[in-house]
Structure formats: structure tokens, C-alpha cells
Design a protein around this ligand. Structure first.
Ligand code: FE2
Length: 113
């Protein structure tokens, strides 16, 4: 799992876009950006956990119990997986995907991960 400065910068871009979409109330766009931020941020415990925290907030806003439960678990475990270097490559982080399943990253992000 690479921890390049380019990857970290790309994470910040996606996180900023997610934050802006969330603030504007566009939860679909915010979630999509968080999925990309999750793919990029997994090597770092803090950024990784932040994506799950924001997904939890979106789940709460949507009154989506499955997402909330899934994100509480991911929030508890995600940072530890990052710290151990065991986060699954390409995983998008939502409750709709298994938290330990590697996934093919989006084409434009693949060179960074
Ligand atoms: Fe995760």
C-alpha cells in the first residue's frame, strides 16, 4: 500500500469536494466523493477514519440504519486496519460493500493506489 504525497494530495481534493457537497446538502455527491476519498485515504488511520465518520453522518441524515450500523463498525476497525497496513486495496468503504474485500480502483485513481 503506497503512501505517496501525490496520493495524499488526491485524498485531500476528494475530501474537500465531499465536505463541500455535504455542506450543500448534496448527499449523493458527497457519498460518491467519500468513496473516492476512502480508496485514497486508507493507508492513513486518520483520513481513513474521517471518511467513515462522514459516511456515518450521511447515513444518519438519510435515516439509513444499515449504513449507520455499517459505519460504526468501520469507524471502530478501519483505523486499526490502516495502522496494520491491512486495508483492502480499492475498497470504497460504504456499507454496501464488504469491509475486507479488495476492489479494482477507479481508473483515474489506479496509478496512485
Ligand atoms: Fe474503510
Amino acid at each position: 500500500m503506497t503512501r505517496s504525497p501525490a496520493r495524499r494530495a488526491a485524498y485531500r481534493r476528494e475530501a474537500d469536494l465531499a465536505r463541500a457537497a455535504f455542506a450543500a446538502g448534496d448527499l449523493d455527491a458527497a457519498f460518491a466523493r467519500l468513496e473516492r476519498a476512502h480508496v485514497l485515504g486508507q493507508p492513513w488511520a486518520g483520513p481513513h477514519s474521517w471518511t467513515h465518520w462522514m459516511m456515518l453522518r450521511i447515513g444518519w441524515r438519510r435515516r439509513d440504519g444499515r449504513e449507520v450500523r455499517g459505519q460504526v463498525l468501520r469507524l471502530a476497525a478501519g483505523g486499526v486496519l490502516s495502522w496494520l497496513g491491512r486495508a483492502p486495496t480499492g475498497n470504497t468503504g460504504g456499507a454496501n460493500v464488504h469491509p475486507e474485500r479488495p476492489m479494482p480502483p477507479p481508473a483515474d485513481l489506479a496509478p496512485l493506489v
